[in-house]
Write a protein that binds this ligand. Structure first.
Ligand SMILES: [Zn+2]
Ligand SMILES: [Zn+2]
Length: 119
C-alpha cells in the first residue's frame, strides 16, 4: 500500500493500518526529525513547567485521524516525552504515570472489630 500523506485531506479516512504505515515512512521520519530539531529535542510540555526533559516522540496536536491533511504540518507537531505523550492520549489507556505520586495511600488504622479479643 502506498502512503501519500501529501494527497490526504481533512476528510481522508485513515484506518489504524494506514496510520501505522504512515509512521514508518521516510516522509514522517524526516518531518519528525525537523520538529525535534526545532524544539531542541526537549519535551515542550515539560518545558512549560521548567522541567527540561528529553523528547522522544512527536505528537500531532490535532490528531492524525481527526485531520489527515495535517499529517506533515510542522505547526501541528510538537516534541514531547513518553510520559506527556501518554497523558495526551488518554484513549490509549495509559496516563497513569503522573497520577501515581498523588495517590499516596493514607495509612488507616485497623480498627479491631472485636475489642474483646484484647482481654
Ligand atoms: Zn514531557
Ligand atoms: Zn500523539
Amino acid at each position: 500500500m502506498k502512503i501519500l500523506p501529501n494527497t490526504w485531506t481533512s476528510k481522508t479516512k485513515l484506518t489504524q493500518n494506514l496510520r501505522d504505515s504512515f509512521y514508518k515512512t521516510r516522509l514522517w521520519e524526516k518531518c519528525r526529525g525537523a520538529v525535534l530539531d526545532r524544539d531542541g529535542y526537549l519535551c515542550q510540555i515539560c518545558m512549560q513547567q521548567d522541567e527540561p526533559t528529553p523528547a522522544n516522540t512527536v505528537h500531532h496536536i490535532i490528531h492524525l485521524k481527526d485531520d489527515p491533511s495535517k499529517a506533515l504540518d510542522e505547526d501541528n507537531l510538537i516534541s514531547v516525552c513518553y510520559e506527556c505523550h501518554n497523558d495526551l492520549h488518554p484513549e490509549k489507556g495509559f496516563g497513569q504515570s503522573k497520577s501515581k505520586a498523588k495517590s499516596k495511600r493514607i495509612k488507616t488504622f485497623e480498627v479491631n472489630s472485636n475489642p474483646e479479643s484484647f482481654w
